[in-house]
Design a binder for this molecule. Structure first.
Ligand SMILES: [Zn+2]
Length: 254
């Protein structure tokens, strides 16, 4: 559905209004942001709250309306940049970007897309560590909205339940399809695994390259960032070292 002139005005710290003309949302000429602070927060990639900061009305709009609105606003951004939206190559871009945001790269914002865990009884009474390594991570820096690409390594020790291996990938994927900071992504994956597997004995390492570090700012194409979350038995050095050996990170000091 086409919102027909609807605009979502979101002031920086205030209450959003639909169809409103809330001037707090306008920043041109005498905006109230501290530019240096914005750059610093982005470049330091500091950890924020564990829960993704969501507005209480995050799902008041349906996906079709969100796509229509984002399309409208992205067209405006392209226009402000000076791009000619009548060009054959460019004219479909606002719609493409809007659909990509809502249905692909940020679909993990919607709890309706959360994977349902398939649990099995641990019939083999396998009480050792299970490790799944090199799980693809494709997420997006919430400070710059560019990709962060890397791998996740997951381990758990069964409390009596085991999870389908592909569900580990699905959980990583779900929390990745959001604007993220890597620290939060790591903890969100670990917390979900603890809940689903009913155990604290969970370890998650994420090793990823940030395109906002490699393609802008300091232009460092070589560095990657490692974050880790350890629970239960993985807080013990011997268990942790075993995990690190399995994933080939034994020389890495975390
Ligand atoms: Zn960034």
């Amino acid at each position: 559905m086409k919102p027909n002139g609807t605009s979502l005005n979101i002031p920086p710290n205030g209450t959003p209004s639909l169809n409103g003309n809330n001037m707090n949302g306008k920043h041109h000429n005498g905006h109230n942001y501290d530019e240096q602070l914005i750059d610093d927060i982005g470049d330091e990639h500091g950890a924020a709250a564990i829960d993704t900061p969501m507005r209480p009305d995050a799902f008041d709009l349906d996906n079709d309306t969100k796509i229509d609105l984002i399309e409208e606003h992205f067209r405006e951004i392209m226009g402000i940049l000076g791009l000619d939206l009548t060009d054959d190559s460019l004219k479909g871009s606002p719609r493409r970007v809007a659909k990509m945001y809502v249905t692909e790269i940020f679909r993990g914002l919607d709890p309706a897309n959360k994977p349902l865990p398939t649990l099995f009884e641990n019939k083999f009474r396998y009480n050792e560590m299970l490790v799944e390594k090199d799980i693809l991570v494709q997420t997006y820096c919430e400070h710059h909205f560019v990709p962060v690409i890397g791998k996740a390594h997951i381990a758990y020790i069964s409390s009596g339940k085991v999870i389908g291996l592909s569900k580990l990938n699905r959980i990583v994927e779900y929390f990745s399809k959001r604007p993220q900071v890597q620290e939060r992504l790591t903890v969100q994956i670990a917390d979900e695994l603890k809940k689903v597997l009913e155990t604290e004995d969970v370890a998650v390492i994420v090793d990823a390259k940030h395109l906002c570090v490699s393609t802008r700012g300091v232009h460092d194409i070589n560095s990657s960032t490692i974050t880790a979350a350890y629970g239960g038995k993985f807080e013990e050095d011997a268990t942790r070292q075993e995990f690190l050996r399995y994933i080939g990170c034994s020389n890495v000091t975390i």
